[in-house]
Design a protein around this ligand. Structure first.
Ligand SMILES: NC(=O)C1=CN([C@@H]2O[C@H](COP(=O)(O)OP(=O)(O)OC[C@H]3O[C@@H](n4cnc5c(N)ncnc54)[C@H](O)[C@@H]3O)[C@@H](O)[C@H]2O)C=CC1
Ligand SMILES: O=C(O)[C@@H]1CCC=N1
Length: 256
């Protein structure tokens, strides 16, 4: 996710000499330096020199990282966390008083500038800090502001969301193969169908139920398929899956 954000910032025209990267694995650091021409420095140096510090490590690594950089941070500086589950209160309790913290939940389509990010301010954030975090994430897609109490649900819906869509795509391709289509043909059909359907949702602004009804002829093929999806409780499965993701996001905050 860190590289996705870095590549988006570069594509959006941010000067590479205005960016600093901290990465603990040397081979990965070299790869990022070669690919983007960006300077990879210690976490301490990056935190000392930057106005905005974006943290993109696993939630379980967050405590150690904050212990490492806390001494370098100063009041007024902005820390933007992209880690699932980690609250602004957790970060604020480990950095000097007055450091502004913004919690972000991004997603991987940011890699093609079609990301969806939700941002929430911590307790020392002013409008300028929030606008800076918004500008950072707008370089790779759409941004909404949400109250922090909604972030675990956001994580379950749009943070993890791309994986559910890929799972559906994978299942439809497999079904196409079972029905006798060549895999390449099935893949083309499914990918374009998902792309076209998403574009219709965005461009018409119509409710998905309305768009679904337009496809569903009385006594036709779609109705036959949808009845099977209901029989197999696919809607209930989606609800249970996203509740599990929301609960996992909450648990990450407790360090598990
Ligand atoms: N992958 C996804 O779809 C999304 C991930 N996120 C969040 O982004 C964060 C990162 O996730 P991924 O990119 O999937 O993980 P990742 O494991 O691919 O990347 C983390 C990177 O941080 C480096 N790292 C770890 N500890 C470090 C330290 N102390 N100093 C410097 N570098 C360090 C690792 O070497 C690695 O390159 C997580 O908190 C996750 O919750 C949020 C939304 C979506
Ligand atoms: O699976 C995860 O924990 C991360 C957060 C959202 C998407 N990937």
């Amino acid at each position: 996710m860190g590289e996705t954000l870095l590549s988006g910032l570069v594509r959006a025209g941010r000067r590479v000499d205005h960016l600093l990267v901290g990465e603990k694995r040397p081979e990965r650091a070299r790869e990022l330096e070669e690919r983007y021409g960006v300077a990879v420095v210690s976490n301490a140096e990056a935190s000392r020199r930057a106005d905005t510090v974006a943290i993109v490590v696993k939630p379980q690594d967050m405590g150690d990282l904050l212990d490492e950089i806390a001494g370098e941070l100063r009041p007024g500086q902005l820390v933007v966390s992209l880690a699932a589950g980690i609250t602004t209160a957790f970060i604020e309790s480990r950095v000097p008083d007055g450091v502004a913290v913004v919690r972000v939940m991004p997603n991987t389509p940011a890699l093609v500038d079609e990301g969806m990010a939700a941002i929430s301010p911590g307790s020392h954030c002013d409008e300028q800090h929030l606008a800076e975090a918004e500008a950072l994430m707008s370089s790779v897609g759409k941004v909404v502001r949400v109250p922090e109490r909604q972030q675990d649900a956001v994580t379950a819906i749009s943070g993890s969301g791309p994986a559910y869509i890929y799972f559906v795509v994978e299942s439809m391709i497999e079904a196409g193969v079972h029905l006798g289509l060549p895999r390449a043909t099935a893949t083309d059909l499914v990918v374009q169908t998902v792309f076209g359907s998403a574009t219709m949702l965005r461009e018409t602004g119509s409710h998905p139920v309305v768009l679904r009804e337009q496809v569903t002829s009385p006594g036709g093929t779609t109705a036959a398929a949808l009845r099977e999806l209901e029989t197999h409780k696919v809607r209930a499965a989606f609800l249970a899956a996203m509740e599990a993701a929301r609960d996992r996001s909450r648990a990450l905050a407790e360090g598990s």
